[in-house]
Design a protein around this ligand. Structure first.
Ligand code: FES
Length: 321
């Protein structure tokens, strides 16, 4: 463990380029031993000290939950990276040291589901790899639907084919193949749960299709960690800390507050978990809500903000921090 009890010091013990855009990293605890237990669907936050700033990005754990001598993550190089994915791709080598936060699961498998239908798009396959490890041992039926641009973009395909056989259904955009969402969701037995991770359009389509087919909300699970969008620079005043913080266009509100030395609780850093919810005390301008946690009504009230992904523009923003 590092000095900071919140994080664990790890060393990169393996890197493999698995598609033109995705690298696979293996992380082992510095000094040996075991890493904390986790279940399929968990993610960790990787802390990266870049040249100009600290990055803290969430990545799903994709190795077996039974194998705790190392963790595995997959990192897609984002074209519009604010630095984190480029740092992982360009600066991190075998032997590099990183800090990681303890695993958190916001995308776990339902324990009483009668069947699981897993749907992934692109890098969205990563949380399912560990979930599939969990599903192997159980008697609950499941199927995996995985959509990619083309065969060269199908990360971890060999591993999936070897283990899943006929349970794996592949769809290649390059060959005009599309997941038949309507048929898939209209023909499942009662008690089935569906899980989706991938581009926002795919997630929204699955949620809407499931609703139209009469699925209860509790049986539809999705994971989308939005990278914090860039936006206009703005100033924020932290009322309890009595400091003003400048938020540059390419830094999130949460990152800017942390850089000023003020801690905000977080789990996902992607606008999903609700942990970073912060009270807005004064606002002269607009909040730019980018999270998936607050309801539309709460967003309209403007009394709360999720600083991991949301921003503001206007003359004044005062937060209860
Ligand atoms: S940290 Fe999860 S919503 Fe902000």
């Amino acid at each position: 463990m590092s000095d900071d009890a919140q994080t664990i010091a790890v060393e990169v013990i393996g890197i493999e380029q698995v598609t033109p855009l995705i690298k696979h990293f293996k992380l082992a605890p510095v000094g040996g031993g075991s890493l904390p237990v986790f279940s399929g669907g968990s993610h960790i936050i990787v802390v990266m000290q870049g040249a100009a700033r600290l990055h803290k990005n969430p990545y799903s754990l994709l190795g077996s939950p039974l194998q705790l001598d190392s963790y595995e993550i997959g990192v897609r190089r984002m074209e519009e990276s604010r630095g984190g994915s480029h740092f992982m791709h360009d600066a991190v080598k075998v032997g590099s040291r990183l800090e990681i936060a303890h695993p958190v699961n916001l995308f776990g498998l339902d324990k009483i589901a009668r069947k699981h239908v897993l749907i992934a798009g692109g890098i969205g396959i990563t949380p399912f790899l560990a979930q599939l490890e969990d599903l192997h041992g159980g008697g609950v039926p499941y199927e995996m639907h995985y959509s990619v641009r083309s065969s060269r973009h199908a990360a971890f395909l060999e591993r999936l084919q070897r283990r899943e056989g006929e349970r794996l259904h592949m769809y290649y955009d390059s060959e005009g193949q599309v997941i038949p969402f309507e048929t898939l969701l209209a023909t499942q037995p009662l008690g089935t749960h569906v899980y989706v991770c991938g581009p926002v359009g795919m997630i929204n389509h699955v949620i809407a299709t499931a609703k139209a087919c009469g699925w209860p909300d509790s049986h539809v699970h999705w994971e989308q960690f939005s990278a914090p969008p860039v936006g206009d620079a703005f100033e924020v005043f932290l009322a309890r800390s009595k400091i003003s913080v400048h938020v540059p266009p390419d830094q999130s509100l949460l990152e800017s507050i942390e850089a000023a030395g003020v801690e905000v609780p977080y789990l996902c850093r992607g606008g999903v978990c609700g942990f970073c919810q912060t009270k807005v005390l004064e606002l002269d301008g607009d909040l730019v809500h980018n999270d998936h946690f607050l309801s539309d009504a709460d967003k309209a009230k403007g009394k709360s903000i999720m600083p991991c992904v949301s921003r503001a523009h206007g003359k004044r923003l005062v937060l209860d921090l």
